[in-house]
Design a protein around this ligand. Structure first.
Ligand code: FPP
Length: 240
């Protein structure tokens, strides 16, 4: 019990939600049903994370590489995101959730871009959990866009390249102002970052589970937080 009382809750949890397709295949369902179930789980886990005291949750919903999937699957994923953006305002207001979409949204359909902008604008003053959804996101692309912005500032004379610090770079990323994740969770057995938040995850604890995303529950999240509690974060320093 003492251990429970002292349990540290990570401030920011990032999740690579993997295994929707395998979950569906195992049940003889189309892959898109796995994504639909995955979208329901996202909403539940957001509430659970909030109740546990997690302050920021970031999920990888669609990567820059996911465009190479069959058109029908891309369309189904975009429609799930569209539905979420268009129907979540009341829930976000009730639960005090602040939404931010990370990634290059300029490649998304106009109506989806508008729905994202609307949800971000209408939730920006909420003071509860920050919910970041990565859409058309790739860490290398995010860094490329940040470098372009910094070069433009240097060119126009508002930034001296010798003044660029790690903070300048962090502040130029899509996650500007959001603390780096303390814990990354990846579901369904794979153990890699897949181009997700590569700058921000430099010192994060990594947790991998065999559980497929559509089966992920509050209990699974608790297990990840427990594992995090058994890690010693040293940031390159010595054991205290
Ligand atoms: C990876 O599983 C999952 C994705 C590429 C999409 C994740 C998206 C959602 C869960 C919907 C998001 C919705 C909201 C509201 C944020 P996979 O398809 O690669 O699974 P597999 O490896 O088993 O094939």
């Amino acid at each position: 019990m003492a251990e429970q009382a002292e349990r540290k809750i990570p401030q920011h949890v990032a999740i690579i939600m993997d295994g929707n397709g395998r979950w569906a295949k195992k049940r003889g369902l189309p892959r898109t049903m796995g994504h639909a179930q995955g979208a329901k789980v996202v909403e539940q886990i957001l509430e659970d994370a909030d109740h546990m005291g997690i302050k920021y949750l970031t999920v990888y919903a669609f990567s820059t590489e996911n465009w190479s999937r069959p058109d029908s699957e891309v369309k189904a994923l975009m429609n799930l995101l569209r539905t979420y953006m268009k129907t979540s305002l009341a829930k976000c207001a009730k639960n005090n959730v602040r939404i931010r979409v990370i990634g290059d949204r300029t490649k998304l359909d106009d109506d989806l871009q508008k729905a994202i902008a609307n949800l971000e604008e209408n939730t920006k003053s909420n003071t509860g959990i920050g919910f970041q959804i990565a859409i058309n996101y790739g860490a290398r692309d995010e860094m490329r866009r940040a470098v372009t912005r910094l070069c433009e500032k240097a060119k126009e004379g508002t930034l001296d390249p010798r003044d660029i610090t790690e903070e300048t770079i962090s502040d130029s990323l899509d996650t500007a102002g959001i603390p780096d994740p303390d814990l990354l969770i990846r579901t369904c057995g794979e153990e890699r970052l897949s181009n997700f938040l590569m700058w921000q995850l430099s010192y994060s604890e990594l947790y991998f589970t065999d559980c497929a995303w559509p089966d992920f529950t509050k209990q699974e999240l608790e297990k990840a937080v427990d594992a995090y509690n058994h890690r010693e974060r040293r940031y390159g320093g010595l054991i205290q």
